[in-house]
Design a protein around this ligand. Sequence first.
Ligand code: GDP
Length: 297
Amino acid sequence: AEMFGQLTSGLEAAWSKLRGQEVLTKENIVEPMRDIRRALLEADVSLPVVRRFVQSVSDQAVGVGLIRGVRPDQQLVKIVHGELVKLMGGEVSELVFAKSGPTVILLAGLQGVGKTTVCAKLAFYLKKLGKSCMLVAGDVYRPAAIDQLVILGKQVDVPVYTAGTDVKPSEIAKQGLEKARKNNIDVVIVDTAGRLQIDKTMMDELKEVKQAINPTEVLLVVDAMTGQEAAALVTTFNLEVGITGAILTKLDGDSRGGAALSVKEVSGKPIKLVGRGERMEDLEPFYPERMAGRILG
Ligand code: GDP
């Protein structure tokens, strides 16, 4: 299925109502704007975001007037395209690398979102950019998570630093970073514990790890299938811990689009990378422009 197929067809309903019109007017955009609003809400974009979006699109639509050779429905598509790009943050938000010494990327996220997989995918991605990587197993609550990281590390041929489950995560992270420094590793990716839900212990631990290793990037991994809930999580983690961005996973599933469209606007933090499958190569930068193009079909 095409990504965000339902959203795409929901928006198409809006354009189709303008066929045969000469120009966009206050009157003839009422119905299309209703369609746009409905399509975004059905895609699980949060209501305040939808309201602002619709307001901005209608303001622009009423103002364009008659443009020779451009049909009103095409004009509306163009306006919506621009707003979608803006909503998703406009420019690509690149990963930041440390000026000297290893770049440290701290990964956080709830259980099951794909965080462990992202650790390995990210290493695989960075290796292709010519950077040497090391993974650090900081999820001390699930021995299985450590084993999984070791297996994935082997798969992408990247060393994994482990210290069992009896050492504090902040200590493990420090030791891992020390080892990476000695071995001239470019990027250290630190995995942390995922919980089923946010709790204080998780946040405190994350803060402690962050303080111990002063990471270049703190990225929250969120599941696209959770829609606007993903945006709410990014907001919470940012307020509690301070993060630099998000990684959106499972964009290949039948997610409706709400997460991709809401994260930046709701949390103020950009989506930096997206996961689009289970294979190691299925991680790529988040391109707002391309995403908007895909949504519009
Ligand atoms: P963690 O609990 O957050 O560490 O999650 P895992 O990394 O163990 O991933 C949970 C499940 O989601 C695994 O079966 C992964 O293969 C799967 N998964 C992770 N990322 C993606 C993705 O982008 N697309 C799809 N379809 N599955 C994914």
